[in-house]
Design a binder for this molecule. Sequence first.
Ligand code: 5GP
Length: 180
Amino acid sequence: MLIGPGGAGKGTVAAALTARVPDLWLSRSWTTRPRRPGEDPNAYVWVTPEEFRRRVAEGGFFEWAEYLGNLYGTPVPDPPPGSDVLLEIDLQGAEQVVAKRPDAVVILLLPPSFDVQRARLVSRGDPDEHVRRRLEKGREEVVHGHELARYEVVNADLEQAVEELAGIVCATRRKDVDAP
Ligand code: 5GP
């Protein structure tokens, strides 16, 4: 699982990591958040709150959470055989997954500085108020993220961050193979 405050670059890093590491399958979340102008139409499955709630009632989510007024959920994963699953989710979701799967690996992705974090959020075109709320929420995510995460990676340079994460995936796979 990749967690971290808004502006850490989780989405970009997750996409680059799955493109680089074989047999790593990125789950596509459902969300009720409106799509941002220019946002990749495949970034999420965009649904209404009613559709989301229906899936919750049907037990169709592995985890779900409310984040700043919108709902986000991971459908029960259905990866190709032999693939590992990568989730890019918020802290509350990660806590639910760890409770279900204590062997899950949590990685905290961090922005290199507050200024870079803010600049990344502003560049998405969100209103100032959204940026402010995400920065505030992000502080909380970092404090609790430190407690939950097994690894921490600073995303100053995309290539380097992806390299580090690929190393973590490799090391985790080796440990799983070596485990008695
Ligand atoms: P954003 O609106 O910036 O795309 O996402 C807001 C937050 O929701 C981010 O921290 C993102 O990682 C998280 N998120 C995205 N998908 C899911 C999901 O399926 N479950 C949970 N719990 N959080 C998610």
